[in-house]
Design a protein around this ligand. Structure first.
Ligand code: NAD
Length: 240
C-alpha cells in the first residue's frame, strides 16, 4: 500500500484512464475523491467521496479541490477533436483548452496553497504523445492543447520545486477506453481505424488503462520523490 495516509483528488474518473487510476489509487491505500461530469459512472468505485463535477465549472472545481486538501492531484479531463488546422474552429479550440488545460490550472491553484503548507504534494497531469512530444495527423487542436498541458506541468514544477511540490505529466499512446471506441466508430470503418492505430504502436497492441494508472501511482508515490517537471511517455514504443 504505497499511498496509505495520502488524500487524492481526481477529475474525469468515470471511465477509461481516470477510472483505472481512481481504482489504483484506492488499491494503494489513498483516500480518494473521485469526480466526473457523469456521476453515474462513478458507481461501484470504493472512493472516500465520489460526486458529479464538471471541470469547466471553476467555482465547483476549485471548491471541491480546496475542501479535499489533496496530497495527490490527478488532472485527467480531456477531449479529442479531429482535423487539421484548416478545419479548426475557434469554438472547438476553446472547448479543448477549457477541458484539457484550464481546469488543470484552476485545480492546481486550489490545491497548491495547502500542499505548500504541508510541505509536500504530487500533481499528475494526463497529456498525450500527441503534443510537444510528436505530431499526429488530424489532431491539430488536441496536440496543441496537450502541448500546453506539458508546458503547464513544467512551469508549476519549476516554480515550486523548492517547496516539496512535484508536478509531472504522462503522455500515453493509444489506450483502450470508451472514447477511443467512439473515435474508431466515427471514422466510418472501425476495423480499419483500429488496425491503423495498432500499426503505429511497435508493441503491436494498444495500451490498457491499467498500465497508465500504474504510472500515475508511481508518480504520486514517494518512489518518484526525485522526479519533477517530467513528461513520461507510455506508448508501446510509439515514440522510440
Ligand atoms: P474517456 O475519454 O473515455 O473518458 C473521459 C471521461 O471524462 C468520461 O468519464 C467523461 O464523462 C469525463 N468528462 C467529460 N467531460 C467532462 C467535464 N466537463 N468534466 C468532468 N469530466 C468530464 O477516457 P480516456 O480516453 O481514458 O481519456 C482520459 C484522458 O487521457 C484524457 O485527458 C485523454 O486526452 C488522455 N489520453 C487518452 C488516450 C487514449 O487513447 N484513450 C491517449 C492519450 C491521452
Amino acid at each position: 500500500m504505497r499511498l496509505q495516509g495520502k488524500t487524492a483528488f481526481i477529475t474525469a474518473a468515470g471511465q477509461g484512464i481516470g477510472r483505472a487510476t481512481a481504482e489504483a489509487l484506492i488499491r494503494e491505500g489513498a483516500s480518494v475523491t473521485a469526480t466526473d461530469l457523469n456521476g453515474d459512472l462513478l458507481k461501484g468505485l470504493k472512493a472516500a467521496h465520489a460526486f458529479a463535477l464538471d471541470v469547466t465549472d471553476k467555482v465547483a472545481l476549485t471548491q471541491a479541490v480546496h475542501d479535499t486538501a489533496p496530497d495527490i492531484l490527478v488532472n485527467c479531463s480531456g477531449i479529442v477533436h479531429a482535423g487539421t488546422i484548416l478545419e479548426a474552429t475557434d469554438q472547438d479550440f476553446d472547448t479543448a483548452m477549457n477541458l484539457n488545460v484550464r481546469p488543470h490550472m484552476q485545480a492546481i491553484q486550489a490545491a497548491l496553497p495547502g500542499m505548500i503548507d504541508r510541505g509536500h504534494g504530487a500533481i499528475v497531469n494526463i497529456a498525450s504523445v500527441c503534443s510537444s512530444v510528436m505530431g499526429l495527423p488530424n489532431r491539430f487542436i488536441y496536440g496543441t492543447s496537450k502541448a500546453a498541458t506539458i508546458g503547464l506541468t513544467k512551469q508549476v514544477a519549476a516554480d515550486f520545486v523548492g517547496q516539496g511540490i512535484r508536478c509531472n505529466a504522462i503522455a500515453p499512446g493509444t489506450v483502450d477506453s470508451p472514447s477511443l471506441h467512439e473515435r474508431l466508430r466515427a471514422s466510418g470503418d472501425y476495423d480499419a481505424a483500429m488496425t491503423a492505430f495498432v500499426a503505429r504502436q511497435p508493441m503491436g497492441r494498444i495500451g490498457q488503462a491499467q498500465e497508465i494508472a500504474d504510472l500515475v501511482v508511481y508518480l504520486s508515490s514517494d518512489e518518484s520523490r526525485y522526479m519533477t517537471g517530467q513528461c513520461v511517455c507510455i506508448d508501446g514504443g510509439m515514440t522510440i
